[in-house]
Design a protein around this ligand. Structure first.
Ligand code: UN1
Length: 538
Protein backbone atom coordinates (compact mmCIF):
# COMPACT_ATOMS: atom_id res chain seq x y z
CA UNK A 1 0.00 0.00 0.00
CA UNK A 2 1.47 3.29 -1.03
CA UNK A 3 1.32 6.53 0.87
CA UNK A 4 -0.49 9.00 -1.27
CA UNK A 5 1.62 11.83 -2.53
CA UNK A 6 0.48 15.36 -1.76
CA UNK A 7 1.75 18.87 -2.30
CA UNK A 8 1.43 21.78 0.09
CA UNK A 9 -0.51 24.81 -1.17
CA UNK A 10 -0.59 28.39 0.05
CA UNK A 11 -1.75 29.31 3.54
CA UNK A 12 -5.33 28.41 4.42
CA UNK A 13 -5.62 25.82 1.64
CA UNK A 14 -5.64 22.04 2.05
CA UNK A 15 -3.01 19.88 0.35
CA UNK A 16 -3.16 18.98 -3.34
CA UNK A 17 -3.46 15.27 -4.08
CA UNK A 18 -1.04 13.95 -6.69
CA UNK A 19 -2.82 11.28 -8.69
CA UNK A 20 -1.17 8.57 -10.75
CA UNK A 21 -1.99 6.14 -13.52
CA UNK A 22 -2.15 2.59 -12.22
CA UNK A 23 -1.09 -0.17 -14.62
CA UNK A 24 -0.33 -3.79 -13.73
CA UNK A 25 -0.06 -2.84 -10.05
CA UNK A 26 2.42 -0.02 -10.70
CA UNK A 27 1.93 3.67 -10.07
CA UNK A 28 2.93 5.78 -13.05
CA UNK A 29 3.51 9.52 -12.77
CA UNK A 30 5.64 10.36 -15.79
CA UNK A 31 6.41 14.01 -16.33
CA UNK A 32 4.33 15.37 -19.17
CA UNK A 33 0.97 17.02 -19.62
CA UNK A 34 -1.08 17.31 -16.44
CA UNK A 35 -4.71 17.63 -15.48
CA UNK A 36 -5.10 20.29 -12.84
CA UNK A 37 -8.42 19.93 -11.07
CA UNK A 38 -9.60 22.96 -9.14
CA UNK A 39 -12.24 23.11 -6.44
CA UNK A 40 -15.33 24.55 -8.17
CA UNK A 41 -16.31 26.31 -4.92
CA UNK A 42 -12.90 27.97 -4.66
CA UNK A 43 -10.82 27.92 -7.79
CA UNK A 44 -7.67 28.95 -5.91
CA UNK A 45 -7.69 25.48 -4.34
CA UNK A 46 -5.97 22.92 -6.59
CA UNK A 47 -7.57 19.68 -5.37
CA UNK A 48 -5.73 17.19 -7.57
CA UNK A 49 -2.99 17.10 -10.15
CA UNK A 50 -3.06 14.02 -12.36
CA UNK A 51 -0.91 12.90 -15.28
CA UNK A 52 -2.69 13.26 -18.60
CA UNK A 53 -2.74 9.85 -20.23
CA UNK A 54 -1.87 9.23 -23.86
CA UNK A 55 -2.97 6.55 -26.30
CA UNK A 56 0.27 4.73 -25.39
CA UNK A 57 -0.68 4.72 -21.67
CA UNK A 58 -4.10 3.35 -22.58
CA UNK A 59 -2.55 0.62 -24.72
CA UNK A 60 -0.25 -0.47 -21.88
CA UNK A 61 -3.19 -0.54 -19.47
CA UNK A 62 -5.23 -2.65 -21.89
CA UNK A 63 -2.34 -5.10 -22.24
CA UNK A 64 -1.98 -5.34 -18.46
CA UNK A 65 -5.71 -5.97 -18.09
CA UNK A 66 -5.56 -8.64 -20.81
CA UNK A 67 -2.61 -10.36 -19.14
CA UNK A 68 -4.42 -10.50 -15.78
CA UNK A 69 -7.83 -11.57 -17.06
CA UNK A 70 -7.47 -15.33 -17.51
CA UNK A 71 -6.25 -15.84 -13.95
CA UNK A 72 -8.82 -13.49 -12.39
CA UNK A 73 -11.60 -15.13 -14.40
CA UNK A 74 -10.66 -18.50 -12.92
CA UNK A 75 -10.77 -17.31 -9.30
CA UNK A 76 -14.04 -18.72 -7.87
CA UNK A 77 -16.72 -16.05 -7.81
CA UNK A 78 -17.26 -16.24 -4.02
CA UNK A 79 -13.54 -15.61 -3.59
CA UNK A 80 -13.61 -12.67 -5.99
CA UNK A 81 -16.47 -11.37 -3.86
CA UNK A 82 -14.26 -11.41 -0.73
CA UNK A 83 -12.46 -8.40 -2.19
CA UNK A 84 -15.81 -6.62 -2.47
CA UNK A 85 -16.68 -7.45 1.13
CA UNK A 86 -13.41 -5.81 2.18
CA UNK A 87 -14.10 -2.90 -0.13
CA UNK A 88 -17.54 -2.38 1.43
CA UNK A 89 -15.97 -2.26 4.90
CA UNK A 90 -13.27 0.16 3.80
CA UNK A 91 -15.82 2.41 2.09
CA UNK A 92 -17.92 2.44 5.23
CA UNK A 93 -14.94 3.34 7.41
CA UNK A 94 -13.86 6.07 4.99
CA UNK A 95 -17.36 7.34 4.23
CA UNK A 96 -16.96 10.74 5.86
CA UNK A 97 -13.47 11.41 4.50
CA UNK A 98 -14.53 10.37 1.02
CA UNK A 99 -17.69 12.47 1.17
CA UNK A 100 -15.66 15.52 2.20
CA UNK A 101 -13.28 14.95 -0.70
CA UNK A 102 -16.19 14.50 -3.15
CA UNK A 103 -17.61 17.81 -1.86
CA UNK A 104 -14.25 19.52 -2.35
CA UNK A 105 -13.46 18.10 -5.77
CA UNK A 106 -16.85 18.31 -7.53
CA UNK A 107 -18.85 20.67 -5.29
CA UNK A 108 -21.53 18.25 -4.13
CA UNK A 109 -23.10 19.33 -0.81
CA UNK A 110 -21.93 17.11 2.03
CA UNK A 111 -25.30 15.48 2.69
CA UNK A 112 -25.50 14.43 -0.96
CA UNK A 113 -21.83 13.49 -1.08
CA UNK A 114 -22.41 11.12 1.84
CA UNK A 115 -25.38 9.66 -0.04
CA UNK A 116 -23.30 9.09 -3.13
CA UNK A 117 -20.62 7.24 -1.12
CA UNK A 118 -23.43 5.22 0.45
CA UNK A 119 -24.56 4.26 -3.06
CA UNK A 120 -21.10 2.76 -3.65
CA UNK A 121 -21.30 0.91 -0.31
CA UNK A 122 -24.73 -0.48 -1.22
CA UNK A 123 -23.36 -1.61 -4.56
CA UNK A 124 -20.32 -3.32 -3.00
CA UNK A 125 -22.55 -5.10 -0.47
CA UNK A 126 -25.00 -6.23 -3.14
CA UNK A 127 -22.32 -7.71 -5.39
CA UNK A 128 -20.39 -9.18 -2.51
CA UNK A 129 -23.36 -11.45 -1.91
CA UNK A 130 -23.95 -11.93 -5.66
CA UNK A 131 -20.59 -13.72 -5.74
CA UNK A 132 -22.34 -16.58 -3.95
CA UNK A 133 -25.05 -16.69 -6.59
CA UNK A 134 -24.01 -15.69 -10.10
CA UNK A 135 -26.39 -18.47 -11.02
CA UNK A 136 -26.54 -20.44 -14.19
CA UNK A 137 -29.35 -22.88 -15.01
CA UNK A 138 -29.81 -26.60 -15.49
CA UNK A 139 -31.99 -27.24 -18.52
CA UNK A 140 -33.68 -30.54 -19.48
CA UNK A 141 -32.35 -32.14 -22.65
CA UNK A 142 -34.60 -33.61 -25.35
CA UNK A 143 -32.31 -36.67 -25.41
CA UNK A 144 -31.77 -39.31 -22.73
CA UNK A 145 -28.57 -39.41 -20.65
CA UNK A 146 -27.75 -35.91 -21.64
CA UNK A 147 -27.63 -32.78 -19.48
CA UNK A 148 -27.73 -29.10 -20.42
CA UNK A 149 -26.31 -26.23 -18.39
CA UNK A 150 -25.79 -22.49 -18.70
CA UNK A 151 -22.89 -20.55 -17.20
CA UNK A 152 -22.14 -16.86 -16.96
CA UNK A 153 -18.65 -16.26 -18.37
CA UNK A 154 -16.65 -13.03 -18.12
CA UNK A 155 -16.47 -10.92 -21.26
CA UNK A 156 -12.76 -10.14 -20.91
CA UNK A 157 -11.31 -6.62 -20.66
CA UNK A 158 -13.82 -3.87 -19.88
CA UNK A 159 -13.11 -0.19 -20.59
CA UNK A 160 -14.94 2.07 -18.13
CA UNK A 161 -15.42 5.79 -18.85
CA UNK A 162 -17.25 7.84 -16.23
CA UNK A 163 -18.54 11.37 -15.60
CA UNK A 164 -17.74 13.80 -12.80
CA UNK A 165 -21.20 14.40 -11.30
CA UNK A 166 -21.30 11.07 -9.42
CA UNK A 167 -17.58 10.36 -9.20
CA UNK A 168 -17.82 7.37 -6.86
CA UNK A 169 -21.39 6.01 -7.13
CA UNK A 170 -21.51 5.65 -10.92
CA UNK A 171 -17.97 4.18 -11.24
CA UNK A 172 -18.96 1.70 -8.51
CA UNK A 173 -21.97 0.58 -10.61
CA UNK A 174 -19.55 -0.42 -13.35
CA UNK A 175 -16.26 -1.43 -11.71
CA UNK A 176 -17.80 -3.60 -8.99
CA UNK A 177 -20.00 -5.89 -11.11
CA UNK A 178 -17.43 -6.01 -13.94
CA UNK A 179 -14.75 -7.23 -11.50
CA UNK A 180 -17.11 -9.57 -9.64
CA UNK A 181 -17.99 -11.25 -12.93
CA UNK A 182 -14.32 -12.06 -13.61
CA UNK A 183 -13.43 -9.28 -16.02
CA UNK A 184 -10.44 -6.99 -15.73
CA UNK A 185 -10.82 -3.27 -16.19
CA UNK A 186 -9.22 -0.18 -17.64
CA UNK A 187 -10.89 2.86 -16.08
CA UNK A 188 -10.66 6.38 -17.48
CA UNK A 189 -12.22 8.54 -14.74
CA UNK A 190 -13.63 12.00 -15.34
CA UNK A 191 -11.06 14.77 -15.60
CA UNK A 192 -13.28 16.60 -13.10
CA UNK A 193 -12.67 13.96 -10.43
CA UNK A 194 -9.19 12.39 -10.72
CA UNK A 195 -8.73 12.67 -6.95
CA UNK A 196 -11.91 10.80 -6.03
CA UNK A 197 -10.90 8.13 -8.55
CA UNK A 198 -7.49 7.83 -6.87
CA UNK A 199 -9.04 7.41 -3.42
CA UNK A 200 -11.47 4.79 -4.74
CA UNK A 201 -8.56 2.97 -6.40
CA UNK A 202 -6.60 3.06 -3.12
CA UNK A 203 -9.53 1.31 -1.40
CA UNK A 204 -9.65 -1.38 -4.09
CA UNK A 205 -5.92 -1.94 -3.58
CA UNK A 206 -6.23 -2.12 0.20
CA UNK A 207 -9.15 -4.54 -0.24
CA UNK A 208 -6.72 -6.98 -1.84
CA UNK A 209 -7.51 -6.74 -5.55
CA UNK A 210 -4.70 -8.47 -7.47
CA UNK A 211 -2.45 -6.44 -9.77
CA UNK A 212 -3.73 -5.89 -13.28
CA UNK A 213 -7.42 -6.40 -12.42
CA UNK A 214 -8.14 -2.68 -12.13
CA UNK A 215 -5.99 -0.33 -14.19
CA UNK A 216 -6.54 3.43 -14.23
CA UNK A 217 -5.49 5.97 -16.85
CA UNK A 218 -6.37 9.62 -16.28
CA UNK A 219 -7.00 11.97 -19.14
CA UNK A 220 -9.47 13.82 -21.25
CA UNK A 221 -12.35 12.33 -23.17
CA UNK A 222 -12.49 13.64 -26.71
CA UNK A 223 -9.02 13.54 -28.26
CA UNK A 224 -7.56 12.10 -25.03
CA UNK A 225 -7.30 8.87 -23.08
CA UNK A 226 -11.10 8.36 -23.18
CA UNK A 227 -11.18 8.38 -26.96
CA UNK A 228 -8.07 6.17 -27.06
CA UNK A 229 -9.87 3.62 -24.87
CA UNK A 230 -12.84 3.55 -27.25
CA UNK A 231 -10.51 3.10 -30.22
CA UNK A 232 -8.76 0.29 -28.30
CA UNK A 233 -12.15 -1.44 -28.17
CA UNK A 234 -12.52 -0.91 -31.90
CA UNK A 235 -9.10 -2.55 -32.35
CA UNK A 236 -9.97 -5.54 -30.15
CA UNK A 237 -7.72 -4.64 -27.18
CA UNK A 238 -10.85 -4.13 -25.08
CA UNK A 239 -13.95 -6.35 -25.25
CA UNK A 240 -16.56 -3.97 -23.92
CA UNK A 241 -17.00 -0.28 -23.13
CA UNK A 242 -19.20 0.95 -20.29
CA UNK A 243 -19.83 4.67 -20.49
CA UNK A 244 -21.81 7.33 -18.64
CA UNK A 245 -21.93 10.71 -20.35
CA UNK A 246 -23.45 12.62 -23.24
CA UNK A 247 -25.63 11.22 -26.02
CA UNK A 248 -23.23 12.61 -28.60
CA UNK A 249 -20.26 10.68 -27.21
CA UNK A 250 -22.50 7.63 -26.67
CA UNK A 251 -23.30 7.59 -30.39
CA UNK A 252 -19.59 7.69 -31.24
CA UNK A 253 -18.91 4.77 -28.87
CA UNK A 254 -21.84 2.86 -30.36
CA UNK A 255 -20.44 3.32 -33.87
CA UNK A 256 -16.86 2.31 -33.07
CA UNK A 257 -17.73 -0.67 -30.88
CA UNK A 258 -20.60 -1.73 -33.13
CA UNK A 259 -18.11 -2.35 -35.93
CA UNK A 260 -16.16 -4.56 -33.53
CA UNK A 261 -19.44 -6.44 -32.88
CA UNK A 262 -19.50 -5.37 -29.25
CA UNK A 263 -22.44 -4.23 -27.15
CA UNK A 264 -21.38 -1.24 -25.04
CA UNK A 265 -23.26 -0.16 -21.91
CA UNK A 266 -24.35 3.42 -22.59
CA UNK A 267 -25.94 5.61 -19.92
CA UNK A 268 -26.59 8.91 -21.65
CA UNK A 269 -28.52 12.13 -21.22
CA UNK A 270 -32.03 12.87 -20.08
CA UNK A 271 -34.69 15.57 -20.21
CA UNK A 272 -36.77 14.17 -17.44
CA UNK A 273 -40.45 15.06 -16.97
CA UNK A 274 -42.15 15.49 -13.61
CA UNK A 275 -45.94 15.60 -13.91
CA UNK A 276 -48.24 17.22 -11.34
CA UNK A 277 -51.90 16.33 -11.81
CA UNK A 278 -54.76 18.40 -10.37
CA UNK A 279 -55.51 15.91 -7.57
CA UNK A 280 -51.89 15.72 -6.33
CA UNK A 281 -50.74 16.51 -2.82
CA UNK A 282 -49.38 19.87 -3.95
CA UNK A 283 -47.06 20.47 -1.04
CA UNK A 284 -45.39 17.11 -1.61
CA UNK A 285 -45.30 17.70 -5.38
CA UNK A 286 -43.64 21.10 -5.09
CA UNK A 287 -41.09 19.73 -2.65
CA UNK A 288 -40.34 16.88 -5.08
CA UNK A 289 -40.13 19.25 -8.05
CA UNK A 290 -37.77 21.56 -6.18
CA UNK A 291 -35.44 18.72 -5.21
CA UNK A 292 -35.60 17.08 -8.66
CA UNK A 293 -34.80 20.38 -10.42
CA UNK A 294 -32.28 22.05 -8.14
CA UNK A 295 -30.81 19.25 -6.00
CA UNK A 296 -27.14 18.70 -6.98
CA UNK A 297 -27.54 22.09 -8.74
CA UNK A 298 -29.47 20.23 -11.47
CA UNK A 299 -26.38 18.25 -12.44
CA UNK A 300 -27.78 14.71 -12.33
CA UNK A 301 -28.69 12.84 -15.46
CA UNK A 302 -31.95 12.18 -13.58
CA UNK A 303 -32.62 15.86 -12.76
CA UNK A 304 -36.05 17.16 -13.80
CA UNK A 305 -36.05 19.22 -17.01
CA UNK A 306 -39.77 19.81 -17.52
CA UNK A 307 -42.35 20.24 -14.75
CA UNK A 308 -45.62 19.40 -16.48
CA UNK A 309 -48.57 20.80 -14.53
CA UNK A 310 -52.34 20.56 -14.90
CA UNK A 311 -53.65 24.07 -15.58
CA UNK A 312 -56.08 23.87 -12.63
CA UNK A 313 -53.21 23.80 -10.16
CA UNK A 314 -50.60 25.70 -12.18
CA UNK A 315 -51.04 29.04 -10.31
CA UNK A 316 -50.44 27.35 -6.93
CA UNK A 317 -47.52 25.24 -8.17
CA UNK A 318 -45.91 28.19 -9.91
CA UNK A 319 -46.24 30.48 -6.89
CA UNK A 320 -44.89 27.92 -4.44
CA UNK A 321 -42.06 26.70 -6.67
CA UNK A 322 -40.80 30.23 -7.26
CA UNK A 323 -41.15 31.16 -3.59
CA UNK A 324 -39.22 28.11 -2.44
CA UNK A 325 -36.59 28.35 -5.18
CA UNK A 326 -35.85 31.92 -4.06
CA UNK A 327 -35.25 30.61 -0.54
CA UNK A 328 -32.72 27.97 -1.57
CA UNK A 329 -29.41 28.31 0.22
CA UNK A 330 -26.55 28.27 -2.29
CA UNK A 331 -22.95 28.07 -1.18
CA UNK A 332 -19.95 26.13 0.08
CA UNK A 333 -20.66 22.40 -0.28
CA UNK A 334 -18.89 21.75 3.03
CA UNK A 335 -21.45 23.93 4.82
CA UNK A 336 -24.11 21.46 6.06
CA UNK A 337 -26.93 23.94 5.50
CA UNK A 338 -26.57 24.56 1.76
CA UNK A 339 -29.16 23.25 -0.70
CA UNK A 340 -26.79 23.32 -3.62
CA UNK A 341 -23.17 24.13 -4.36
CA UNK A 342 -21.31 25.31 -7.44
CA UNK A 343 -21.46 24.05 -11.01
CA UNK A 344 -18.89 21.30 -11.55
CA UNK A 345 -16.94 23.00 -14.33
CA UNK A 346 -16.74 26.02 -16.63
CA UNK A 347 -18.23 24.05 -19.52
CA UNK A 348 -21.47 23.45 -17.62
CA UNK A 349 -21.49 27.13 -16.65
CA UNK A 350 -21.20 28.14 -20.29
CA UNK A 351 -23.98 25.89 -21.62
CA UNK A 352 -26.20 26.80 -18.70
CA UNK A 353 -25.58 30.51 -19.36
CA UNK A 354 -26.37 30.12 -23.08
CA UNK A 355 -29.64 28.30 -22.32
CA UNK A 356 -31.13 31.58 -21.01
CA UNK A 357 -30.97 33.25 -24.43
CA UNK A 358 -32.23 30.10 -26.19
CA UNK A 359 -35.33 30.01 -23.96
CA UNK A 360 -36.09 33.68 -24.50
CA UNK A 361 -35.61 33.36 -28.28
CA UNK A 362 -38.03 30.43 -28.26
CA UNK A 363 -40.66 32.62 -26.55
CA UNK A 364 -40.49 31.24 -23.00
CA UNK A 365 -40.78 33.64 -20.06
CA UNK A 366 -38.38 33.85 -17.16
CA UNK A 367 -40.02 33.48 -13.76
CA UNK A 368 -36.63 33.33 -12.07
CA UNK A 369 -33.71 34.65 -14.04
CA UNK A 370 -30.85 32.43 -12.95
CA UNK A 371 -27.53 34.24 -13.13
CA UNK A 372 -23.91 33.74 -12.18
CA UNK A 373 -23.32 34.86 -8.61
CA UNK A 374 -20.56 37.43 -8.63
CA UNK A 375 -18.86 39.44 -5.95
CA UNK A 376 -21.13 42.23 -4.70
CA UNK A 377 -24.24 40.65 -6.27
CA UNK A 378 -24.83 37.72 -3.94
CA UNK A 379 -28.39 36.69 -3.01
CA UNK A 380 -29.20 37.21 0.70
CA UNK A 381 -28.93 33.53 1.64
CA UNK A 382 -25.65 32.93 -0.23
CA UNK A 383 -22.94 31.19 1.85
CA UNK A 384 -19.97 30.81 -0.47
CA UNK A 385 -17.00 32.51 -2.11
CA UNK A 386 -18.60 34.42 -4.97
CA UNK A 387 -15.27 35.62 -6.29
CA UNK A 388 -13.67 32.20 -6.72
CA UNK A 389 -16.62 29.80 -7.03
CA UNK A 390 -18.75 28.76 -10.04
CA UNK A 391 -22.07 29.61 -8.38
CA UNK A 392 -25.39 30.41 -10.08
CA UNK A 393 -28.93 31.19 -8.92
CA UNK A 394 -31.87 28.97 -10.00
CA UNK A 395 -33.64 29.57 -13.30
CA UNK A 396 -37.34 28.81 -13.95
CA UNK A 397 -38.87 29.22 -17.41
CA UNK A 398 -42.64 29.60 -17.74
CA UNK A 399 -45.00 29.10 -20.73
CA UNK A 400 -42.77 26.45 -22.22
CA UNK A 401 -44.17 24.29 -24.99
CA UNK A 402 -42.74 21.00 -26.14
CA UNK A 403 -41.70 22.39 -29.56
CA UNK A 404 -39.16 24.72 -27.93
CA UNK A 405 -35.47 23.80 -27.89
CA UNK A 406 -35.24 24.31 -24.12
CA UNK A 407 -37.99 21.69 -23.66
CA UNK A 408 -36.05 18.96 -25.45
CA UNK A 409 -32.36 19.78 -24.98
CA UNK A 410 -30.59 18.55 -21.84
CA UNK A 411 -28.94 21.29 -19.81
CA UNK A 412 -26.86 20.49 -16.72
CA UNK A 413 -27.38 23.17 -14.09
CA UNK A 414 -30.23 24.61 -12.00
CA UNK A 415 -32.82 25.32 -14.69
CA UNK A 416 -36.32 23.97 -15.15
CA UNK A 417 -39.31 24.57 -17.43
CA UNK A 418 -42.98 24.85 -16.52
CA UNK A 419 -45.24 23.25 -19.13
CA UNK A 420 -49.02 23.69 -18.74
CA UNK A 421 -51.36 20.87 -19.78
CA UNK A 422 -54.98 19.94 -19.43
CA UNK A 423 -55.46 16.47 -17.91
CA UNK A 424 -53.57 13.18 -17.96
CA UNK A 425 -53.53 12.55 -21.73
CA UNK A 426 -51.87 15.86 -22.51
CA UNK A 427 -49.49 15.34 -19.59
CA UNK A 428 -48.37 11.98 -20.97
CA UNK A 429 -47.96 13.42 -24.46
CA UNK A 430 -45.76 16.22 -23.11
CA UNK A 431 -43.81 13.83 -20.89
CA UNK A 432 -43.04 11.67 -23.94
CA UNK A 433 -42.34 14.75 -26.05
CA UNK A 434 -38.53 14.60 -25.95
CA UNK A 435 -36.19 12.19 -27.72
CA UNK A 436 -34.86 11.07 -24.32
CA UNK A 437 -36.36 8.51 -21.95
CA UNK A 438 -34.29 8.18 -18.79
CA UNK A 439 -36.29 9.05 -15.69
CA UNK A 440 -39.78 10.45 -15.03
CA UNK A 441 -42.21 11.13 -12.20
CA UNK A 442 -45.91 11.76 -11.58
CA UNK A 443 -47.68 13.24 -8.59
CA UNK A 444 -51.30 12.12 -8.22
CA UNK A 445 -53.59 10.36 -5.73
CA UNK A 446 -55.48 8.57 -8.50
CA UNK A 447 -54.48 4.90 -8.80
CA UNK A 448 -55.85 4.67 -12.36
CA UNK A 449 -53.71 7.65 -13.41
CA UNK A 450 -50.63 6.04 -11.82
CA UNK A 451 -51.27 2.89 -13.82
CA UNK A 452 -51.81 4.76 -17.11
CA UNK A 453 -48.63 6.77 -16.57
CA UNK A 454 -46.51 3.72 -15.76
CA UNK A 455 -47.77 1.97 -18.89
CA UNK A 456 -47.46 4.94 -21.26
CA UNK A 457 -44.29 6.73 -20.24
CA UNK A 458 -41.33 5.90 -22.47
CA UNK A 459 -38.71 6.35 -19.74
CA UNK A 460 -36.67 3.50 -18.32
CA UNK A 461 -37.43 4.68 -14.78
CA UNK A 462 -40.49 6.26 -13.25
CA UNK A 463 -41.46 7.45 -9.78
CA UNK A 464 -44.94 7.77 -8.40
CA UNK A 465 -45.15 10.61 -5.86
CA UNK A 466 -41.39 10.99 -5.63
CA UNK A 467 -38.60 12.82 -7.44
CA UNK A 468 -37.12 11.91 -10.85
CA UNK A 469 -33.79 11.49 -9.04
CA UNK A 470 -32.74 9.04 -6.36
CA UNK A 471 -32.73 5.60 -7.95
CA UNK A 472 -31.82 2.90 -5.43
CA UNK A 473 -28.68 0.88 -6.00
CA UNK A 474 -30.35 -2.47 -6.71
CA UNK A 475 -33.03 -1.55 -9.27
CA UNK A 476 -32.23 -1.47 -12.99
CA UNK A 477 -30.91 1.97 -13.95
CA UNK A 478 -31.01 3.12 -17.55
CA UNK A 479 -33.06 4.72 -20.25
CA UNK A 480 -34.65 4.49 -23.64
CA UNK A 481 -34.44 6.62 -26.79
CA UNK A 482 -31.50 9.01 -26.65
CA UNK A 483 -30.83 8.07 -23.02
CA UNK A 484 -29.02 4.85 -23.82
CA UNK A 485 -28.89 1.70 -25.88
CA UNK A 486 -31.16 -0.39 -23.69
CA UNK A 487 -28.49 -1.77 -21.37
CA UNK A 488 -29.13 -1.43 -17.64
CA UNK A 489 -26.90 -0.89 -14.63
CA UNK A 490 -27.32 -2.13 -11.05
CA UNK A 491 -28.91 -5.11 -9.34
CA UNK A 492 -29.08 -8.50 -11.01
CA UNK A 493 -29.81 -6.88 -14.37
CA UNK A 494 -26.29 -5.53 -14.82
CA UNK A 495 -24.89 -9.08 -14.74
CA UNK A 496 -26.00 -9.41 -18.35
CA UNK A 497 -23.78 -6.44 -19.21
CA UNK A 498 -20.61 -8.04 -17.82
CA UNK A 499 -21.06 -11.70 -18.67
CA UNK A 500 -21.85 -13.81 -21.71
CA UNK A 501 -24.02 -16.87 -21.45
CA UNK A 502 -22.30 -20.14 -22.27
CA UNK A 503 -24.51 -23.13 -23.13
CA UNK A 504 -23.03 -26.55 -22.29
CA UNK A 505 -24.21 -29.98 -23.46
CA UNK A 506 -23.01 -33.04 -21.50
CA UNK A 507 -23.76 -36.31 -23.25
CA UNK A 508 -23.30 -39.38 -21.02
CA UNK A 509 -25.03 -41.87 -23.37
CA UNK A 510 -21.77 -43.17 -24.89
CA UNK A 511 -23.12 -42.82 -28.42
CA UNK A 512 -23.63 -40.01 -30.90
CA UNK A 513 -27.06 -38.59 -30.21
CA UNK A 514 -28.26 -36.08 -32.79
CA UNK A 515 -30.50 -33.30 -31.53
CA UNK A 516 -33.78 -32.91 -33.45
CA UNK A 517 -32.92 -36.01 -35.53
CA UNK A 518 -32.62 -38.83 -33.00
CA UNK A 519 -35.62 -37.58 -31.08
CA UNK A 520 -38.80 -39.61 -31.22
CA UNK A 521 -41.43 -37.15 -32.33
CA UNK A 522 -44.95 -38.64 -32.42
CA UNK A 523 -46.75 -38.75 -35.77
CA UNK A 524 -49.32 -35.97 -36.06
CA UNK A 525 -52.68 -37.37 -34.92
CA UNK A 526 -55.51 -37.85 -37.40
CA UNK A 527 -57.70 -34.73 -37.53
CA UNK A 528 -60.55 -34.72 -35.08
CA UNK A 529 -63.88 -34.04 -36.79
CA UNK A 530 -65.47 -31.99 -34.03
CA UNK A 531 -68.75 -31.56 -35.96
CA UNK A 532 -69.16 -35.29 -36.15
CA UNK A 533 -68.31 -35.71 -32.50
CA UNK A 534 -70.81 -33.08 -31.44
CA UNK A 535 -73.39 -34.57 -33.81
CA UNK A 536 -72.88 -38.05 -32.44
CA UNK A 537 -73.10 -36.84 -28.85
CA UNK A 538 -76.43 -35.03 -29.31
C1 UN1 B 1 -26.29 10.19 -12.75
O1 UN1 B 1 -26.62 11.38 -12.64
O2 UN1 B 1 -25.53 9.83 -13.70
O3 UN1 B 1 -30.83 8.31 -9.39
C2 UN1 B 1 -26.65 9.11 -11.79
C3 UN1 B 1 -30.03 9.18 -9.05
C4 UN1 B 1 -28.68 8.77 -8.55
C5 UN1 B 1 -27.75 8.46 -9.67
C6 UN1 B 1 -27.66 9.50 -10.76
N1 UN1 B 1 -28.86 7.62 -7.70
O4 UN1 B 1 -30.31 10.37 -9.13
Amino acid sequence: MCRMQTRVQGPGLPKTLLAYHFVAGREITEAGAEIVRKNPANQRDVVTVAPEGTAEDVKRACEAARAAQARWGRVPAPERAHVLAQLARLLLESKEALARFVAREVGKPLREARGSVQEAIDTAEFFQSEGRRLYGQTVPSELPNKELFTYRRPIGVVGVITAGNFPIAVPSWKLIPAILCGNTVVWKPSEDAPGVATLFLELFRRAGLPDGVLNVVHGRGSGGAGEALVMAAGAGLVDKISFTGSTQVGRFIGEVTGRALQVPSLELGGKNPLVILADADLELAVEGALWASFGTAGQRCTSAGNIIVDKRVMPTVKGELVRRARELVIGDPLDETVDYGPLINERFLETWSRQRATGLEDGAELLLDGERITSGREPPSFRGDSEHGLYVTPRIFDRVTMNMRIAVEECFGPTVNLVEVSGLDEAIEAANGTPYGLSSAIYTRDAAAMLRFKESIRAGMTSINNSTTGAEAHLPFGGNGWSGNGTRESGIWVLDAYTRWQAVNVDLSGKLQKAQIDVEVPEPPAPLALDELIGRAS
